[in-house]
Design a protein around this ligand. Sequence first.
Ligand code: NA7
Length: 530
Amino acid sequence: MAENKFDVVVVGAGFAGLYLLHRLRKMGLSACALEAGGGVGGTWYWNRYPGARCDIESMQYSYQFSDELQQEWEWTERYAPQSEILKYAEHVADRFDLRRDIVFNTKVTSARYDEAEALWVLEDRNGGHTKGRFCIMATGCLSVPNRPNFKGLETFSGPVYHTGSWPHDRVDFTGLRVGVIGTGSSAIQSIPVIAGEAAHLFVFQRTANYSIPAHNGPIDAERVKKVKANYPEMRARAKTTLPGIDARYNTASALEATPEELRAEYERRWQEGGLTFNGAFGDLMLSKEANKTAADFVRAKIREIVRDPDVAEMLCPTNIIGGKRLCVDSGYFETFNRDTVTLVDVRSTPIEEITADAVRVGGRDHEIDALVIATGFDAMTGAILNVDIVGRDGRRLRDKWADGPRSYLGLAVSGYPNLFTVTGPGSPSVLTNMLPTLEQHVDWISDCIGYMEARGLASIEADRDAEDDWVDHVREISDAALKTTTNSWYLGSNVAGKPRVFMPYLGGLPEYIRRSEQVAADGYEGFTLI
Ligand code: NA7
C-alpha cells in the first residue's frame, strides 16, 4: 500500500467489499478497501441495536463462493443475531486473510476521475488519497442513517441512540423510561427487548406495520445436515425464485381460493413464520383484492394478540401488506400487552418537539430518560452520494442523480468510466436475499475486469442509451406494481427532499441474472470498452 495506487479501490468492507477483495486478489490484481468503520461487516457492524437479527434464515443468508466455508461455519439460530453475523464476517476476513488489504476508520469523502491519467482518485476524511484504475462502490443499501430533524432534539438531556449507528458497549435500559420513534423493522426487533428492561417504554408510531412471527430458536440440526449435504442444489433453487430465497411459493390465486383455503394457507405460514408469508399466493403483490385477504388475516392476528382493542386498532396497518418490507418479529405485538408499554400515535399529531426530558405530542409530554431513534436509512443512494463522485468532464453524480438514480443494470453509470456499484439502484438488491445477490454482482464485476485485463482494455463505460433504456425498463415494471403504491424507503419517501423514485429492480432475481449475464455474454453490450 506504500504508494497508495492499486488496480482496484473498493469503498466499504461489508459483505460485498470482503468478497471483492477475495475475488480480485485471486485474479492477481492489487486491491484495497477503504472502510469507514473500525471493523468489517458493514450493516452488521453498525446495526448493533437490541434484538437486531437477519430476517432471512441463516442457512441462506451466507456466502456460497467457498464450499469449505459454507460447510465449516455453524450457525446457532434459525435467524442469526447481529453478533453472530458480525462474527461470521470477521471469520471470513481472517480465513481468507483479507484484513491486510483493508484500511479501517477511513471514510471516503470524494472520488474523482482523472481523465488524463485514467485513474480514480479517492480522498478520505483523514486527508489520505488513494488511486485506482477501477473504483467499486460496495457501500451497502442501508448504511446511512435517516435522522429526521426533530425540533429540540439537541436540548434532550438524556442519551439519544439511532438504531443504525448503535454504540459498541451494551446499552442498559434497566429502570429507565425510554422512547422509541418509529415502527419499522429495526424498531419492531428492538421494542420487545427494550421493553423487557425499561421501567416504561413509549413507542411513537406514525405508520402501523405488518409483522410475521420469526419463531426463532436454536437451529434445527437435522435441517443443517440436510442443507449442507445439498448446498449447491439449494443455492441453485434459490436463484430461480424472485427474491432469491429457497422456499415454497404458491402460484395459485388468492381470489380463487375458498375462505377456508385462505385461512389454512395463511395459518400454516404464520405458524412457520418469516418473510415467505407473502409467498402464500401468487397474486398477493399483483391484485389489491388478493392482497387484502392476507392483510385481513394479519390484522385479525393482531386483534387476537393485543388485549386492549384500541391499541390493537392502532397497531393494525391500513396499507397493503408487502408494500413496505414485511417485518419479522419475536414477540412484537405481545409487547403491547405490558402495562409498562404505551403506544403513541404520531400520525394524527406529529411529534411537536423534544424537550430536555420528554417527547411532546399534541401538547402532551411523554417523559423519558433515553431516546431511541429507529427512523431507518437514506437507502440505496445515500451511501453512494455521500461520496462526492466526480466523473468525466467534472460532472458530479449528485447532479446527475438529482431527480433520482440513473444507472445501467444498477452496476455502472454513464459518464463514470471504470466505476461500478455493487447492488446499486436499478438492481434487485434489497428486494432479494442480499448475500447471493451481492455475490452475483461481485462475480459480474470481477469477470468484467478479467475480460478487460485479458484483452488489454483500459476503460469501460455504460452507454447513455443503454442506461436510458434500463432506467425506463426499471420504471415501467415499478409503475405497474402494487408495491410502489405504498410510501417506503424503496421510494425514498422516508427522507425529506429525496426524489420519489422506486429504486430497486422489481423484475425479480432470475430475470435480472438472465439479462445481466446476457449483456456480459454479448461482449458487454451497452458498454463502450476501449
Ligand atoms: P424503516 O423501515 O424505514 O422504518 C422507519 C420508521 O421510522 C417507520 O416506522 C417510519 O414511519 C418512522 N419514521 C420516520 N421518520 C419519522 C418521523 N419524522 N416521525 C415519526 N416516525 C418516523 O427503517 P428500519 O430501520 O426499521 O428498517 C429498514 C430496513 O432494515 C428494513 O426494511 C429491513 O430490510 C432492514 P413511516 O412508515 O415513514 O410513516
